[in-house]
Every structure is written in C-alpha cells, then in structure tokens.
Design a protein. Sequence first.
Lengths: 239, 239
Amino acid sequence: MTAASPARKRGARAETPITAESIVDTAFRMIDERGHEAFSMRAVATELGVFPATLYWHVGDRAHLLGLVEQRWVNGIETPEASDDWRTWMLELARRYRAHARRHPNVARLVSVERSRNVESLAIPDAIIGTLSTLGLGDDIVHAYNALMGAVRGFVVLELSMASDPPPPSEVDDVEHDMRGIDPDRFPNISQHFHLFADRALSIWWSEESGDSLDDSFEYLLSLLLDGIAARMPKRRRP
Amino acid sequence: MTAASPARKRGARAETPITAESIVDTAFRMIDERGHEAFSMRAVATELGVFPATLYWHVGDRAHLLGLVEQRWVNGIETPEASDDWRTWMLELARRYRAHARRHPNVARLVSVERSRNVESLAIPDAIIGTLSTLGLGDDIVHAYNALMGAVRGFVVLELSMASDPPPPSEVDDVEHDMRGIDPDRFPNISQHFHLFADRALSIWWSEESGDSLDDSFEYLLSLLLDGIAARMPKRRRP
DNA sequence: ACCTGAACACCGTTCAAGT
DNA sequence: ACCTGAACACCGTTCAAGT
C-alpha cells in the first residue's frame, strides 16, 4: 500500500482543500511535537495527504515555510499591557519570551537559527523601542535595544540548544561520567567548583530534567541589564 | 569523466593517506569559505578524493565531525594572559571571542547551533570561572557565569545569523524597501526612530557591509554586564 | 587497518500534464 | 487555480567485499 500517495486522480482536488494556513499548522505541529528532524517538505506533504509539489504552490519553498512558522511562533507571544514602570514591563516581556520559547523549544530553536529578517515579526522590537524611548537615553537607545535583544534572545537560544539537543538516554550516563571525570589539571576551576556548576550551567550540562536550573541565572542577567540601563538614564528628566 | 570517484582500485590506499585531521581541515575550510550549504559528508569526501564511507571510518558520523570542527574553532581563541584587573581580562576575552567569530562567521554559526556538549571545549568556561571565583560572589558565581556566557555568546550568535544569512544581492533592495516602508500604524516606534535603528539593530538590518555597526552595542552590553557584576561584589574583602 | 563500490532510504525542487 | 506524477540532483549512513 502506498500510504504516501493520496488515492486521488491526477489533478483532482483534495477532499479537504489545502491552504497555506493548514500547511503552516502541520509544519508547526510536526516540529513542535517530534523535533526538527521530523520536519521536511515531503513529510509535511505526506501528513497532509498530498504530493510535495502542492506545498510549493501554496507557501513557496522550505525557507519561506519556515518564515511563516516563525511568524506563527512570535504571534504566540503576548506583549504586556503598558505599565507606568518600564522595568516591570521589560521584565515581564523577557519572562514571557523565555516561557514561550520553553513551551515550544523545537520550534523556537529552529526559527531562531534559520531566519531573522521578517518584516512581519517586528511587533516586539517595536514595543521594546517604544518603552526604551521614554527613558531619555538619547542615541544610546539603539545600544540598549541591541544589548537587551541580543542578551535575552541569545541566552534563551543557548539554553534551548542544550535542552533540545539532549544526549540519547543511552549516553546520558557517559556524558555525566565524562563531565565528572574531567581532568583537574586541565580544568582546575571547573573541578574546584563542580558542585555549583554541575548540570546548572551553559556548556556544563547533561540531563534534560534540570530544565528550571537556569531560572535564577536568567533573573540575574535581567537585573544586570535593567540596573545598568537605569544607571545610564539621565538623573532628572522633565515630562 | 567521473571526477567524484577516485581513480583507484577497490580497497587500495589513497596516495596521500586520509587522516581525521585532514578531514576536519577540509570540512572547516569548506564551511569557512563557502558557507554551511557547501558542507556535506559527500562534498568533503569528493574534495579529498575518497568515497563517503571513508569519512565514517576516520571521524564517525556528521555530528561527530562537526564536533571536531567546533573543537578546532574554539582552539583558535586565545585566552588572555592573567591580569590583576578582572574587568580588563573579561573584556579582552569577550572581544577576542567576538572577533574570532566574525573572522569565521560560517563556522561559528554552524557549530554554535549544532552541538554544545563537548568536554574538549571547556578551556574558556574554566578560565571564566577562575576569574569569577576571585570576586567573592559566593554561590552567585554560577549566575554570573551563565549571564556572561549566555549574553555574550548569544549576542554574537544573533549577530552572525544576520550577517551570514544575507539576502541575495538581487533581493537586498527589496528588503530595504520593505523595511523603509513599514507601516507607521503597526510599528510607530520603529518608524519614529528609524534613522537610529536602520541597518544598525538586531532584526532591523539588511545589508552585509554594515558589519561594524554593532561594535558599540557590544561594548555597551559588556559594560552593563561588568558594571553589574562589580556592583554585586562584596564591598570589602580580605585576601 | 583502511578503502571501495554499491545500496538503502531519504531529501528539496521543478515541471509538464492533467482537471 | 490547484494538484498529480515523475524526474533530477542531491543527501547521510551502512556494509560486504576487497587489499
């Protein structure tokens, strides 16, 4: 039986008509549930019961489809309602961003490495710039923006790249063993502070369950960033 | 003529013997010079004049080869000599890291997204922990480490993902046009501050030449991070 | 120990041809 | 306008067989 080929006549329409939306839907779900390795144009087509070429008619090529998946992903992030305190607003946005990324780690990771220029996903940048523009930073506003954006998104990407590329369960003990057995002569400092860093730090990490262990580090990073920006605001400003 | 298949007898040795090192060498160079799309197991094999299976004997599979490429890449970063001022040391390391990444953007980007658990590439983490451990941060040392690591590496990854996935020259004008023509009603803040952000900010970027435009933002980020850590050090410490 | 040669099960993408 | 069916030029990986 040819499960891949839909039992339909040449050129005939599908029972359930294929739309760009249904394709993005399916792609998102496949990546989300089964990881980036499960995603391919052919696999999406098979899942929808059509031939690969059909996708190209509706959404263009693979890169374009991933752009649409990215859009859907960022649209899932709700910008916090305006607040009179810029810090709580920024803090809340950063937390929501990270929470959303951790809710869909496979999607978040794939879209953050494959594409980055998408006019449709500028809602969050715009909101951040809006908030920063009230602080009187002058031309430094662009640096504050880049620093926040790069640090927060970057932190989350790195975190995800560890969490969603876990060693196969069969090897997790080997990795842990390697880590615990690192040469104290080559890596004296890691060895000495191993109890603090073990499975709790970027690059020094192996299990999958320790997912919340970077929560405090993320908060620490945010306080560094926001304190620093606050310190660079002009002392007194007129409304 | 079959340029792909080496003119050699079944089972015969290659003239120039293939080593793991020569394979990593070739893979690094191909990614570096021609981008990640030019890299494949088969392409590396062809370049070396051997059959694909040969690579598997020497370096294992694709993921393992990329791990070796990553090692070679990080080994290219020289840790600064010990300094009595932790800030200048940390600053110098961060600058070298970014400079090295920008020297080999294609490699840096590929290895930072594909693998992240490599016992061989812990030299830099170890050095950072060594420096941080002199500051008296207590258990916060792990958060300082994660914040620095995540922010700095993350910033650079995002920066590279814009620089090394440039729109094809044929489309660069379209992208710029799209950016300049964004709807002021949807994105009022970007529109208002467009002159500051145009081609100088993450997600608001199109050309390839504007590569140095994030230099100042990177320095700004570093000062936020280092100032913040300094402020969290105990006021007076005994030697 | 090291490499060939072939095979397997996939990819993304294009295109003429059908309805 | 929308989809099939087939084709093209690729992948990563495995494995028996050679030297």
